[in-house]
Every structure is written in structure tokens, then in C-alpha cells.
Design a binder for this molecule. Structure first.
Ligand SMILES: Cc1cc2nc3c(=O)[nH]c(=O)nc-3n(C[C@H](O)[C@H](O)[C@H](O)COP(=O)(O)OP(=O)(O)OC[C@H]3O[C@@H](n4cnc5c(N)ncnc54)[C@H](O)[C@@H]3O)c2cc1C
Length: 426
């Protein structure tokens, strides 16, 4: 990889997500050599992916070049590389562009969509974990409307305009809200010759509430907001299969649809060599101690979604969310410096800063540690927090201007089929 050894210890970080970037920032002015490897040359702000899928934002406003984030740090190196294996015995990381030795290794590879072993759903459904996937979904939604115009078969037209979202977590709720707004505000203008009442949005949720993990008030209010927007909510229903045409469930309910969005679960993106049964726990996450250290390894750490840190309040591991990832990255930075100076490490303590979800224009639910908000003010809080955590001044400005424009004009300008997504239901 053409990275010369220096007198400083080398820390290799796999993944430039929230956890990897916050760690790299912490380390990069210190006396360590930092090598960050990522299969993309950009950081993705995943909480706004649904806006890319629904034409509210262009992808470049929620992505940021990793090299640019860390350009001022002399001890920092980035390589565009897909890590395929880790060999702890020889302290080596194997990638598609070669091998690299490490002194300390940090796995910050995040998570991937969990289909719970259902190959048919994996093959036919749409996921929304990455920018390319979000662009695929954007294209498919728009292609469906174009195709619906052409067909005279009513069943086919219904299926093209039927959107089924599996999973009532923040991703499912936010996507459903955005699709409902497209139905209301965009479809009648763009497709005056299409009966837009045919467009149906369904959320199918195996549990008995939406936004599990948030307060009862937030969950009830989100449901209320969605119902007012015309979204159909199916609770206590588990999707069992999808063949590209028909969704079957564990009840009598079935859906004919050209678009099934799978937002029903994620699992840790573990890497070969560190995926032995004793290392991986619930949700395919790497079991770490209170210092984010992999059980059984002194110099291998995991942070963010891929790490499972069990605490009294979180017996199944900390939530797979941005804040735990950012906070773990920062804390591990301090701990790695402590290690290199032979000082004791400090245990990680999670500070819950709140959870939120938006359901659409003027509608959000926010659970903060001290109080809970719903409605317009919550929506402002949601917008402020997302702008604050976006990386890059340009991105913040672009997103802010887009939001103001979309708000005033009831519009979503980025409804472009730039890279057609091919999917047939016939
Ligand atoms: C649609 C969506 C909406 C979300 N909304 C919210 C929200 O509103 N609030 C919230 O707190 N959280 C939200 N989350 C969750 C949040 O985005 C994640 O918890 C967070 O991104 C985890 O950070 P991370 O650094 O662990 O992983 P990630 O941010 O996923 O970063 C992992 C990085 O590792 C890289 N990588 C993975 N495997 C390899 C490999 N083998 N080789 C090289 N590189 C690799 C990836 O390219 C990626 O850049 C959402 C997630 C999604 C998908």
C-alpha cells in the first residue's frame, strides 16, 4: 500500500463512518500513524438517505470525501480498500489492494442489512443502507410511476403504485412519511393523467408499535401523523416472503407490489478472521469490553454498529445509532493514546443525547433525556440536529437551502432517473 513505517505506532481503522471518522480525528494530531481504510472514498450521513431515495436531496449533499475531512493531519493516510480478511496472529489486514501490518487495529465497519436468511427477500427487495442503494430506490420509484402511465392492466398499475415498507423503525417511518408527501404534493402535478389515489403506502411491522425504543408518546404520535398522511400501518404482521411481485405474511394479508423496501433489521458488518463464534454475539456484532477491546485481544478494538458493548441499561448492546458510534470513536482515541503512553484506559460511558424521527413537513417526534417533543417544534429540533451533525459547511448550506426551497415550494427537485434501475414485475 506504499505506506512507510514511522517511529510512531500504527493504528489501522477499518471504516470511515461516524465511529471511524471521530476516532481518526482524535488521533490524527497525535504521535501515532493513522491509516484509515474504506471501500468508499466518502463518508455517508445515513440518517438522510431516505431523502435521497425520495428526491429531496442530491447524494452529494449527504456524502463527504474522507480525504478532505482529514487533509490537514500529517500522520494520516487514507486508502480506498475493501478489507477482506484480518489475520490477528501476524497483525495483518488483507484487502483488495494488498496487505497492511498494524500495531493497533480498530474495526469500525458498521452494519449491513439483515434479511434473516431469506434469499428471496434479499434478491427482490430494496435496501437503503448506502448511497447507491438509495439512488436505486429513487430511480425505481420514479420508473414505477412512468410505467404505471403506460400500462392498461389495472392490477399491474396498482402493483407499480403500491409501496410496501417492512419495518416500523425510524427508517421505515421517515421513508413512509416522505412517500406520502410525494403522493400528495408531487404526483398530481407531475402525473396529471395518473389516478394518484392508487398510490398506496404500507408499513408492515412485526411488533405492536412503531418506533420501538422511543417513548410510547412518540410512537403513538408518529402513528397518528402517518395515518393522517394516508399511510396504512399493519402491526403484529410479519412479512414471510417476497418474490418480486407478491408479499406474503404470517397472516392472511398479502400485497401485490413492485417495490418492497426492507428496513426490518441490520447486523454487524464483521470481517473474515474476526467472525469466530466466540467473538460474535447477538446481531452479528463483535463482543467488546468497556474499553471497546475485542474479548481475547489486546490490540484489536471495535467501535460503532459492529461493536456489541453490553451495559446495565443495554443488555443487548448499545443501540446501533450515530451517537454511540461517535462517542465510542472519541473515547477510543483517548484510550489508544493512553495505551501508547502505558497509562490506564478509561471505561466507555454512553451519554444518551436523545432519539428522534421525522414523519414529514412540520411533523417529528423527539425524545430528549429530560423532555419529549412532538410536532412542529420537534421538527425544527430534528432539522437543527441533522444540519449540525452533517460533515462540511457546503453540505450544511446545500441541505439547508434545499429544505427551505422544498418547504416553500412543496417540492422535491431531485426526482431524476440518472441511473435507471432495472426491475420487472411481469
Ligand atoms: C437509513 C438509515 C437511517 C438512519 N437514521 C439514523 C438516525 O436518524 N439517527 C441515528 O442516530 N442513527 C441513524 N442510523 C444509524 C446510523 O447511521 C449508524 O448507527 C451509524 O452510521 C453507525 O456508524 P458506524 O461508524 O459504526 O458505521 P457506518 O457509518 O455504517 O460506517 C461504516 C463504514 O465502514 C466501511 N466498511 C464496511 N465494511 C468495510 C470493509 N470490509 N472494508 C472497507 N470498508 C468497509 C463502510 O464503507 C462505511 O464507510 C440510520 C441508519 C440508516 C441506514
Amino acid at each position: 500500500m506504499n505506506i512507510s513505517r514511522t517511529s510512531y505506532p500504527r493504528v489501522v481503522i477499518i471504516g470511515g463512518g461516524f465511529a471511524g471518522i471521530s476516532l481518526a480525528k482524535k488521533l490524527s494530531k497525535q504521535e501515532v500513524q493513522v491509516v484509515l481504510l474504506d471501500k468508499n472514498n466518502y463518508h455517508t450521513f445515513q440518517p438522510l438517505l431516505y431523502q435521497v431515495s425520495t428526491g429531496g436531496l442530491e447524494p452529494d449533499s449527504i456524502a463527504y470525501p474522507i480525504r478532505k475531512i482529514l487533509k490537514d493531519f500529517p500522520n494520516f493516510h487514507f486508502r480506498l480498500a475493501d478489507v477482506t480478511k484480518i489475520e490477528p496472529a501476524s497483525r495483518t489486514v488483507i484487502t483488495d489492494i494488498g496487505e497492511l501490518k498494524y500495531d493497533y487495529l480498530v474495526v469500525a465497519s458498521g452494519s449491513k442489512t439483515n434479511y434473516f436468511g431469506n434469499e428471496s427477500i434479499e434478491k427482490h427487495s430494496m435496501a437503503m443502507k448506502t448511497i447507491p442503494q438509495s439512488l436505486n430506490l429513487r430511480s425505481l420509484i420514479l420508473e414505477n410511476f412512468e410505467e404505471a402511465l403506460l400500462t392498461s392492466d389495472l392490477n399491474e398499475r396498482n402493483a407499480l403504485m403500491n409501496f410496501v415498507i417492512v419495518g416500523g423503525g425510524p427508517t421505515g417511518v421517515e421513508l413512509a412519511g416522505a412517500l406520502a408527501e410525494i403522493k400528495k404534493g408531487i404526483l398530481p402535478k407531475d402525473y396529471p393523467d395518473l389516478d394518484t389515489r392508487l398510490a398506496q403506502i404500507h408499513i408492515v411491522q412485526s411488533g405492536n408499535c412503531l418506533l420501538k425504543g422511543m417513548s410510547d408518546k412518540a410512537s403513538t404520535k408518529a402513528e397518528d401523523f402517518l395515518e393522517k398522511l394516508g399511510v396504512n400501518i399493519w402491526k403484529n404482521v410479519r412479512v414471510t416472503n417476497y418474490d418480486g411481485k407478491t408479499v406474503t405474511t404470517d397472516s392472511d394479508l398479502t400485497f401485490e407490489t413492485a417495490t418492497l423496501v426492507w428496513a426490518a433489521g441490520v447486523k454487524g458488518a464483521t470481517i473474515n478472521g474476526l467472525d469466530a463464534e466466540n467473538l460474535v454475539t447477538r446481531g452479528n456484532r463483535l463482543l467488546v469490553n468497556e474499553f471497546n477491546q475485542l474479548i481475547g485481544f489486546e490490540n484489536i478494538f471495535a467501535v460503532g454498529d459492529v461493536a456489541c458493548m453490553v451495559t446495565d441499561s443495554f443488555p443487548n448492546g448499545l443501540p446501533m445509532m450515530a451517537q454511540p458510534a461517535i462517542q465510542q470513536g472519541e473515547q477510543l482515541g483517548d484510550n489508544l493514546l493512553a495505551l501508547t503512553e502505558k497509562k490506564p484506559m478509561k471505561p466507555f460511558e454512553y451519554h444518551n443525547k436523545g432519539v428522534m424521527a421525522t414523519i414529514g413537513r412540520n411533523k417529528a417526534v423527539v425524545d430528549l433525556p429530560r423532555f419529549k417533543l412532538q410536532g412542529v417544534f420537534a421538527w425544527y429540533v430534528w432539522m437543527f440536529v441533522h444540519l449540525f451533525f452533517l460533515i462540511g459547511f457546503r453540505n450544511r448550506m446545500v441541505v439547508f437551502v434545499n429544505w427551505v426551497y422544498n418547504y416553500i415550494r412543496f417540492d422535491r427537485e431531485a426526482r431524476l432517473i440518472i441511473r435507471p434501475y432495472k426491475k420487472t414485475i411481469r
